[in-house]
Ligand binder design. Structure first.
Ligand SMILES: NC(=O)c1ccc[n+]([C@@H]2O[C@H](COP(=O)([O-])OP(=O)(O)OC[C@H]3O[C@@H](n4cnc5c(N)ncnc54)[C@H](O)[C@@H]3O)[C@@H](O)[C@H]2O)c1
Length: 347
């Protein structure tokens, strides 16, 4: 069992342990008083793991209800958000009750946003069931939903009370979903720690999760609200989010980020922000792992969504610049240079 404490405000523990889902009641009782718990999950995860969690919690006297929505990025919407809020209210959840986000990043972002806004905020626990959610999205307290104009345009910072990660649940993950996690892990390696590449390639899930959580811990502790340093973790996301949106979410988050990282590395080099072009090495790494990171959209199409980025401040946009694999820096791009940045990234 590995416990990592994230010392933000408020702080919370991340517990990583094989089969921790079997004793979820005992662990949760160490963190919250007996109360009504609302499990929010998608239908795929519900059929695989919700009963196990529900039975365990009930055996310790928790009153448990469950709200299920269809799987996939399309559910990170205003309409699903509003349906869940109405259901939560119908179930009579009070300020002292608790939400459990049981699922991947979509469940975590959506249920976290519900928890942060229902009754001006109630406690919630993240139980990530995808590799991506375990190593990235369940940590850091970012919640949110998408608008028609782009990804994650509405959301909050709302830290969970606890994150419980059981790596055995990845046994049921389809390969394509494992790859989504691999892409975010590679992002971590490129941003801060090249030595992660070996364990990522060897599918050393528990080690990679621990290391990525520790990296994210140090970054969010220094910059909880993403005012500077935390933006490093958005490497590949400027272009990646645009790809996801333009594909109608048929390209998943991790796969879009994989393509976005190569694109942004090439653009930063060609714009003269770095002397090193890591894009080719990065592309080789990603292709060896089974990715086909191609971007078929035009500069104009990408621009339409890039300009919705939360990294735009007045007339500049913050970009992530790889100096080498394992080291990145932030730089400011003048908005007049943005179109050129997107154009040269494509070449
Ligand atoms: N909040 C953050 O800091 C942050 C960081 C990175 C990504 N994200 C968000 O995370 C989302 C992507 O998350 P994701 O890749 O986990 O996608 P996801 O939540 O859509 O899950 C992918 C699919 O896997 C299924 N699934 C989940 N667990 C499973 C399991 N154990 N076995 C079998 N199937 C399972 C789900 O039902 C779904 O169909 C995006 O919306 C992205 O914006 C948020």
């Amino acid at each position: 069992m590995k416990k990592i404490t994230i010392n933000t405000s408020p702080s919370y523990d991340v517990i990583i342990d094989d089969n921790i889902l079997n004793t979820v009641n005992e662990t949760i009782l160490e963190y919250i008083e007996p109360c009504k718990i609302c499990i929010i999950t998608d239908s795929t995860v519900s059929s695989l793991y919700a009963n196990k969690v529900k039975t365990s919690l009930k055996s310790s006297g928790f009153l448990v209800i469950k709200i299920v929505f269809p799987p996939g990025e399309h559910s990170k919407s205003l309409s699903t958000y509003s349906n869940i809020l109405e259901a939560v209210a119908d179930e009579g959840l009070t300020k002292t009750d608790c939400i459990i986000a049981l699922g991947g990043g979509v469940v975590g972002d959506l249920a976290g946003f519900v928890a942060s806004s229902y009754m001006r905020g109630i406690q919630y626990i993240q139980i990530p069931t995808t590799y991506l959610a375990a190593l990235d999205s369940s940590i850091g307290g970012k919640t949110g939903i998408n608008l028609l104009r782009g990804k994650n345009l509405v959301g909050t910072f709302w830290n969970p009370k606890l994150v419980l990660c059981d790596p055995t649940v990845f046994n049921t993950l389809p390969t394509i979903r494992r790859m989504d996690g691999i892409a975010e892990a590679i992002k971590c390696a490129v941003v801060t720690d090249k030595s992660l590449l070996g364990p990522i390639k060897n599918n050393s899930y528990t080690y990679v999760i621990e290391r990525c959580v520790s990296i994210k811990k140090s970054i969010v502790e220094a910059d909880q609200y993403e005012e500077s340093l935390r933006q490093l973790l958005s490497f590949g996301h400027l272009i990646g989010h645009a790809i996801e949106k333009l594909s109608g979410y048929s390209v998943s988050h991790g796969h879009a980020i994989a393509a976005g990282m190569i694109y942004e590395a090439r653009a930063a080099y060609k714009m003269g922000f770095t002397d090193t072009d890591i894009s080719k090495d990065l592309e080789t790494i990603l292709r060896t792992l089974g990715f086909t990171p191609e971007v078929s959209y035009t500069v104009e199409e990408l621009m339409k969504y890039v300009i919705m980025s939360k990294r735009i401040h007045k007339d500049t946009i913050d970009i992530v610049v790889p100096i080498e694999i394992g080291k990145c820096k932030l730089a400011k791009l003048n908005m007049y240079q943005l179109e050129e940045y997107i154009r040269v990234g494509k070449e």
